[in-house]
Design a protein around this ligand. Structure first.
Ligand SMILES: Cc1cc2nc3c(=O)[nH]c(=O)nc-3n(C[C@H](O)[C@H](O)[C@H](O)COP(=O)(O)OP(=O)(O)OC[C@H]3O[C@@H](n4cnc5c(N)ncnc54)[C@H](O)[C@@H]3O)c2cc1C
Length: 464
């Protein structure tokens, strides 16, 4: 019997699985092999660094309230390098009728926390504000899964949904609110929907959590790539295969055979497949065609992030927020911008780092554009809004083909059924952003959960 186990995929999901398996494998004298298609590790996580300038081209932070992010950083010894939002920077802007307007106080993810914030939100037309008052009357309970858009439009009306909820909520998935699943993308709202109760009163009555002890979002001082580097340092005893794609997986008598690009093969006793859904589908296409079909159903959106840095003094508006979001109704190519210099307390010399996001569900051909075209598109929209007429000193493009999975209506049920079916294969588990949340802490949890399945099936997690 082979003495190897494997993790396929070197993004945060795969690295989290590998970190969980590494001490167990070492204790049992098993080789742990980790495969990553690209020459670099980290998947969606990538950071541009130049002197003290840091521009994250994928995630630039993670939610502090989900414990897995901080816990992993603690385990890796980099908790002391985490930083919260720059003190004094609060809130963000939204593009409304071509102008940047502050997202009103007293609103959470585009939903007012009471009647006063609703009526006081002057960036919304009066008619939209009055329409939302209808939410105060309980409605019919929602049964089963529906789209976020259908539910929120029914309660609050199109005016608020299109202007505020869409850019904030669908921004996380770069998705279409009218296709995204209420249950999978907003479980807290789904619970409220099932009671038919008012959303606004729900926001008012939400029991306050423990007093906030720090920032809602956290990042690593040297950029999110710092998390990946710390993970790789910890994986010293594992066999790390960068630039090595796994093209297929087949079952053998006592485990699995991985086929590598170039024709190599490796027998393993257990495997975590921590890949984006379309990639996992390809690897499983011949061994498990039905699972592959289910994975192919997870549509993924192409994204690009354009990082720019301007000379201090060349920016014509005060950067007194974390950036801005762009509703679909504004018909722009950029979906959001992060004012990195205002958001994080990093020294960036005399440069002002900014990044713009391009791509959302339904867009076609974005990644056919050259880097120059993507930069031109981003600058053409960003610079007039930020009062910039000067050339940027730094331009960098990050491409994310099929970068974000779309949790469309019924996603949760489909993925639960698939996860259940995969239990028929011992010491095999799928992980990644397609499963139970796209955020970094969700992916860490997913990778660790998959590692736990493999470890349990192989009897690695017990004491002897
Ligand atoms: C632009 C952008 C901004 C984001 N912002 C945030 C944020 O601010 N906060 C947050 O919490 N989350 C954010 N997210 C989401 C989060 O970053 C991702 O969901 C998460 O990083 C995905 O990790 P993963 O390991 O599951 O997948 P990936 O990072 O995609 O990693 C999968 C890896 O598998 C490799 N691979 C593919 N096929 C094969 C194969 N056949 N063999 C071997 N290797 C293969 C790929 O090269 C890749 O490295 C953002 C995502 C994007 C795209």
């Amino acid at each position: 019997m082979t003495d190897r186990i494997a993790v396929v995929g070197g993004g945060i999901s795969g690295l989290s699985a590998a970190l969980a398996l590494e001490p167990l494998a070492r204790a049992r004298g098993l080789e742990l092999h980790v495969f990553e298609r690209e020459p670099r590790w980290g998947g969606a996580i990538r950071t541009f660094r130049q002197d003290t300038l840091v521009i994250d081209g994928g995630p630039d932070c993670f939610l502090a309230r989900k414990p897995q992010g901080v816990a992993l950083c603690r385990d890796l010894g980099i908790e002391g390098r985490l930083m919260g939002l720059r003190p004094g920077t609060s809130g963000a802007y939204v593009l409304a009728d071509g102008k940047l307007r502050r997202i009103p106080l007293g609103w959470t993810t585009g939903i007012p926390r009471g009647v006063r914030p609703l009526l006081g939100a002057r960036l919304l037309p009066v008619g939209a504000r009055l329409r939302a008052l209808r939410d105060l009357v309980p409605g019919r309970p929602v049964e089963g899964d529906v789209s976020l858009g259908a539910y929120l439009r029914g309660r609050l009306g199109d005016g608020i949904v299109d202007r505020l909820v869409d850019p904030i909520l669908s921004g996380v998935y770069a998705g279409d609110l009218d296709a995204l699943s209420l249950e999978s993308c907003a479980p807290e709202l789904a619970a409220r929907a099932r009671s038919g109760a008012s959303l606004i009163w729900g926001m008012v009555r939400r029991r306050p959590g423990p007093p906030p002890t720090g920032s809602v979002f956290l990042t690593v001082d040297t950029g999110m790539q710092g998390l990946v580097e710390a993970a790789l340092d910890r994986l010293g005893s594992a066999r790390l295969h960068a630039a090595t794609s796994v093209t297929a997986l087949a079952r053998t008598g006592d485990g699995y055979e991985l086929t590598l690009a170039g024709g190599g093969r490796l027998d393993v006793r257990g495997v975590v497949l921590a890949l984006p859904a379309p990639r996992a589908a390809r690897v499983l296409a011949s061994a498990a065609p039905r699972w592959a079909q289910a994975l192919e159903r997870v549509d993924c959106v192409d994204l690009a992030v354009v990082g720019l840095a301007y000379r201090d003094g060349d920016v014509g508006v005060p950067l007194d927020g974390t950036g801005f979001v762009v509703p679909r109704r504004e018909r722009r190519a950029i979906t959001a911008a992060t004012w990195l210099g205002a958001k994080w307390p990093r020294p960036s010399g005399s440069l002002v780092p900014v990044r713009a996001f391009l791509g959302r569900a339904g867009d076609r051909g974005l990644l056919d554009l050259s880097d120059e075209q993507l930069v031109a598109k981003a600058r053409g929209e960003l610079e007039p809004l930020m009062g910039i007429t000067a050339e940027p000193m730094v331009k960098v493009v990050f491409r994310h083909p099929q970068g974000l999975p779309q949790y469309t209506v019924g996603h949760g049920q489909r993925m639960r059924a698939l996860a259940e079916a995969t239990r028929a294969w011992p010491a095999f588990a799928l992980a990644g952003s397609a499963w139970d949340g796209v955020g970094i802490p969700d992916c860490i949890r997913s990778g660790q959960g998959a590692a736990a399945i493999v470890a349990a099936d192989l009897g690695l997690s017990g004491g002897t």
